[in-house]
Ligand binder design. Structure first.
Ligand code: NAD
Length: 292
């Protein structure tokens, strides 16, 4: 069997088209403020790609780094800065880029963001709404996962669905979102670092969602024949190509081996990540709507 690919691009493009149309109808372009409190190259790269995606749909992206904002080194400084952005009527959405400086708890800063400006959907007020099936300002990656399953036409009802990973940003909200419908939900299992026999669970999964951040964690022989696999992981690994060491981005699932067993799988890169970015744009539009 060679699994069908659930590509992120067509789904992300459809969401971006919707965002573009919504932005075109707004009197003022929505503005997204990204707070960058470190020199971390990964965070800077991520900010650059967010800026590019915002430009594609007509959202204004503002980077608030220490050059623009002054010192952003302590929790108090970051909180005060976020409060100022909350009070600025020209700012519709706010995101905090991670990592933050050592000693600062990113959750504490994220909770300072006003719920109606919470473009990442991580404020307790927005996370709490997931319990009631309200995904209007949902965390971007879990929303991407459930959207990809729906767009791929995967029937969830009663299916054995295993989520590997129980982080606040991916695993836990994904579990809640899978259980949205009272009658059509899958049967959900959550595996994590303390799970005793991961393969026992993954081999039972009709649908497997992996968000652990460990390259090669799920091998082909850990899958059920015909499973649908959503690989959320993003890992940088060193590989040798033609005698030279290169860095490659891979997921948590051994892609080639999994393709022989699964019926459908998301690629990494080119899968969940693209849809996650599109969700951030869609959330920014929702934030702007909530402030009019
Ligand atoms: P995290 O480190 O906060 O959480 C990892 C989770 O995996 C934990 O719940 C942990 O218990 C579990 N885990 C770790 N090792 C395990 C093991 N051996 N067996 C079973 N469970 C194990 O990470 P996160 O923020 O949830 O991100 C997870 C991965 O998803 C990372 O690779 C991250 O880069 C990626 N990610 C991708 C996107 C995207 O848009 N595609 C978005 C967010 C995160």
């Amino acid at each position: 069997m060679s699994a069908e690919l659930i590509e992120g691009e067509p789904i992300a493009e459809r969401i971006k088209d919707e965002v573009r149309r919504a932005v075109a109808q707004m009197p003022v372009a929505p503005r997204l403020a990204a707070v960058l409190a470190t020199d971390n190259p990964g965070a800077k790269f991520y900010a650059g790609s967010q800026q590019k995606s915002c430009a594609e749909v007509g959202i204004e992206y503002e980077l608030h780094d220490s050059e623009r904002a002054g010192a952003l080194e302590t929790a108090d400084q970051l909180k005060a800065y976020v409060q100022a952005l909350n009070a600025d009527p020209g700012v519709n959405g706010i995101i905090l880029l991670v990592p933050v400086p050592e000693g600062v708890n990113p959750r504490e800063i994220q909770m300072e963001i006003a719920p109606q400006k919470d473009a990442e959907g991580m404020h307790p007020a927005n996370i709490g709404r997931l319990f009631y099936g309200d995904f209007s300002l949902a965390p971007c990656t879990p929303h991407a996962v459930v959207t990809m399953l729906r767009e791929a036409g995967v029937d969830l009802k009663g299916k054995e669905t295993v989520v590997v990973g129980h982080s606040e940003i991916v695993g836990k909200p994904t579990l809640v979102m899978l259980l949205r419908s009272l009658m059509e939900s899958p049967t959900v299992t959550c595996c994590h670092i303390a799970t005793r026999d991961l393969a026992f669970h993954t081999r039972r999964a009709d649908i497997l969602i992996v968000a652990a951040g460990k390259a090669g964690l799920v091998r082909g022989d850990m899958l059920k024949e015909g499973a649908v696999v959503i690989d959320v992981g993003i890992n940088r690994v060193k590989v040798e190509v033609g005698g030279k060491k290169k860095t490659r981005i891979v997921g948590d699932v051994e892609f080639e081996a999994a393709r022989e067993v699964a019926s459908a799988i998301t690629p990494v890169p080119g899968g969940v990540g693209l849809v996650t970015t599109a969700m951030l744009l869609s959330n920014t539009v929702e934030c702007a709507r909530r402030q009019t």
